[in-house]
Design a protein around this ligand. Structure first.
Ligand SMILES: [Zn+2]
Length: 508
C-alpha cells in the first residue's frame, strides 16, 4: 500500500488493454484499475505521464464503477476525485488514454532493423505507458490484453490466457495472478521465434529470440534451466507461472521482468557467455520480484541478492574456486567504487534511482551476504534465507525484516554486523607488517581507515616447515598476530579463501 497526500489507497489489480499499430507509435489504452481505499479518500492519485503535444498520454475519460468522475492530469499525475465516500471500499476506475510513450514502452528498431515494442520500466517508467502507482511498495496483479499486427509475437508477465487473430491483428492476453511491482510489469512485441526447454521442476521454460539469432540465442539461453533448478532447491519453489527468456532491446544488460526476463540483444552472441547474466536475472524472480524491497534504499535486497545467488550458483555448478574468482572480481569493483563514492549500502540520500545501480547495491551487497554466511555457517544461512523468502514472498520487505530473520535463524544478534556493513561506508583497509617485540616476531595489523571495523580474518603463514593458517579477530586500530615461536616467516597470504571484504593498504 502507498500513502499519497495523506490518503491511503492500495491498487490490487491492473487490467491494461493496449492496442498498437505499424502506422505510427501511438498506443491506445483502456485501463481498469481496482483500488482498495483503506482510509477516507477524496482523491486518488495515479502516476501517468501527461502529453506535451508530441509524447505522453492524453486522457479522454475516467469512470469510477461506471460513472464519469472529475480528474486533473498534469506533472505526470492523474488526480481523480472519487464520486462517493470510499473508506474501506473497493472501486474500479476505467481510464481511456492514448499517446506516444516517451519511454517505458520502448518502440523502436532492434539490431536487425526490425520494429519492436519492449516494456522497460525499471525503476519507475511504467507510468510512461500505463496509469499506476509506480512504486515497488504497491504491488498488484495484472492482466495485459495486447492487440497488435499479427507479425509480432507478444510476450508478457503472467500466464498466457488467450490468443485470437482477426483482420491482420492478433490479441494476446496474459494474466499474472501474483501481485507484482510495476518495475517488472511488462509486455514485449517483436518478431520472435521460440523454443521450449525441458520443464524444470514443473516450471515451463521458453526462450524467445529474434529469428536472425535463432541459433546463437537458443544456444546461449539453454543454460537457463540450471540456475532455475538450483534456486528452486536452495530457496523455495519458483514463484511465477512460467519463465520466458527474451532477447530484447532493454537499456539494461538484462531486466528481470517477472517470469518474462528481457536480455539485451547485445548479449546474444552464440558463445555461451550469458550464464552469469541469466543466473542473476533468474535469482531476481525470488529476490526483487516476489520478495520485493519496500523502498529504493533497500535495493540491495534485490541486487545484492541476485549478485550473491549468481556466485552461489557458480559454486554449486563449478566448485568453490569458481565462486572465489567471482568474489575477487566483485571485491575489486567495491574497492574501486569506494574511492569515489562514500555512501553506505543503505543509501537514504541519493535521489537519482539510476545511480542506485552501483557496486554498493550489487557487489558490496553480495559480499555482505557472503560474510554473513561465513559468520553464521552454511546451514543457518540457508535456513535464514528460506525463512526470509517465505515470509515475504509476493510481499515487500525492508532490511530490518531481513535482519530479524537472520537473527532468528542464527540465534545471534547480528545488529552490529549489519550496521557496520550496511549503514557505514567503506571497509577495513589493512596495513600488515612484521614487527619485533623483544625477541619475538609478530604480525601487526593496522586498520588505516577512519573508524576500525570488527573483522575476522584468516592468514596463511609461510613457515619453512610448511603453511600454517591462523585465525584473527579484531575490532581495534591495531591487532597483533603472534608468530609461532622458533619459526621464521617471510611471506604470508591474507584471506586465502576469499572470506572478507577488505583492502590492503598501499602508500600511493
Ligand atoms: Zn539485477
Amino acid at each position: 500500500p502507498s500513502i499519497l497526500f495523506g490518503q491511503a489507497t492500495d491498487v490490487t489489480h491492473y487490467e491494461v488493454h493496449l492496442q498498437v499499430s505499424d502506422s505510427n507509435n501511438v498506443i491506445h489504452v483502456q485501463e481498469l484499475i481496482t483500488v482498495q481505499f483503506s482510509g477516507e479518500s477524496n482523491q486518488l492519485v495515479l502516476n501517468l505521464d501527461d502529453s506535451d503535444g508530441e509524447t505522453g498520454m492524453f486522457v479522454t475519460s475516467v469512470k469510477q464503477d461506471g460513472q464519469s468522475v472529475p480528474y486533473k492530469h498534469k506533472a505526470e499525475q492523474l488526480m481523480i476525485r472519487p464520486s462517493q465516500a470510499s473508506k474501506g471500499k473497493q472501486s474500479t476506475f476505467e481510464i481511456f488514454f492514448k499517446g506516444v510513450p516517451k519511454d517505458g514502452l520502448v518502440i523502436g528498431q532492434n539490431k536487425f532493423g526490425d520494429r519492436t515494442f519492449f516494456g522497460d520500466n525499471w525503476p519507475n517508467r511504467a507510468h510512461l505507458w500505463f496509469a499506476c502507482v509506480d512504486h515497488p511498495s504497491d504491488k498488484a496483479t495484472v492482466r495485459f490484453e495486447v492487440k497488435a499486427p499479427s507479425q509480432y509475437t507478444c510476450v508478457a508477465v503472467g500466464q498466457l490466457e488467450k490468443q485470437e487473430s482477426a483482420e491482420g491483428y492478433t490479441t494476446t492476453t496474459y494474466f499474472s495472478q501474483h501481485p507484482l511491482p510495476t518495475k517488472v510489469m511488462v509486455i514485449g512485441l517483436a518478431k520472435l521465434v521460440s523454443e521450449k526447454l525441458e520443464i524444470a521442476d514443473g516450471v515451463p521454460v521458453e526462450n524467445f529470440v529474434y529469428p536472425q539469432d535463432r541459433q546463437a540465442g537458443f544456444h546461449d539461453m539453454k543454460v537457463a534451466v540450471q540456475p532455475l533448478e538450483f534456486f528452486s532447491n536452495y530457496i523455495s519453489a519458483y514463484p511465477f507461472e512460467k519463465l520466458y527468456n527474451v532477447e530484447s532491446t532493454t537499456r539494461f544488460g538484462g531486466m528481470e521482468n517477472a517470469g518474462c526476463i528481457f536480455y539485451d540483444e547485445g548479449a546474444v552472441k552464440g558463445e555461451g557467455t550469458m550464464e552469469n547474466l541469466i543466473a542473476h536475472e533468474i535469482a531476481h524472480q525470488w529476490f526483487g520480484n516476489s520478495a520485493s524491497e519496500s523502498d529504493w534504499p533497500h535495493i540491495w535486497l534485490s541486487e545484492g541478492f541476485a549478485t550473491y545467488f549468481t556466485s552461489l550458483y557458480l559454486e554449486h555448478t563449478y566448485g568453490k574456486k569458481r565462486m572465489q574468482e567471482q568474489l575477487k572480481l566483485d571485491r575489486a569493483r567495491v574497492l574501486l567504487f569506494a574511492q569515489k563514492v562514500k555512501t553506505p549500502v543503505l543509501d537514504t540520500i541519493s535521489n537519482d534511482l539510476m545511480n542506485l545501480l552501483n557496486p554498493n547495491s550489487y557487489q558490496k551487497g553480495s559480499w555482505i551476504l557472503h560474510m554473513l554466511r561465513t559468520k553464521i555457517g552454511d546451514d543457518n544461512f540457508q535456513r535464514g534465507i528460506q525463512t526470509y523468502y517465505l515470509k515475504f514472498a509476493y510481499k515487500n520487505a525492508s532490511t530490518a525484516d531481513f535482519i530479524t530473520c537472520m537473527n532468528e535463524a542464527s540465534g545471534q544478534d547480528l545488529t552490529s554486523f549489519f550496521d557496520q556493513w550496511l549503514k557505514r561506508s567503506g571497509h577495513p583497509i589493512f596495513k600488515i607488517e612484521k614487527v619485533k617485540k623483544g625477541k619475538y616476531e609478530m604480525l601487526r595489523i593496522l586498520q588505516m581507515q577512519e573508524i576500525p571495523f570488527e573483522f575476522q580474518l584468516e592468514i596463511d603463514m609461510d613457515y619453512p616447515s610448511g603453511k600454517e593458517r591462523v585465525f584473527v579477530e579484531g575490532n581495534q586500530r591495531e591487532t597483533i598476530v603472534p608468530i609461532t615461536i622458533g619459526q621464521k616467516v617471510t611471506t604470508w597470504e591474507v584471506d586465502p579463501d576469499v572470506k572478507l571484504l577488505f583492502e590492503l593498504y598501499s602508500q600511493e
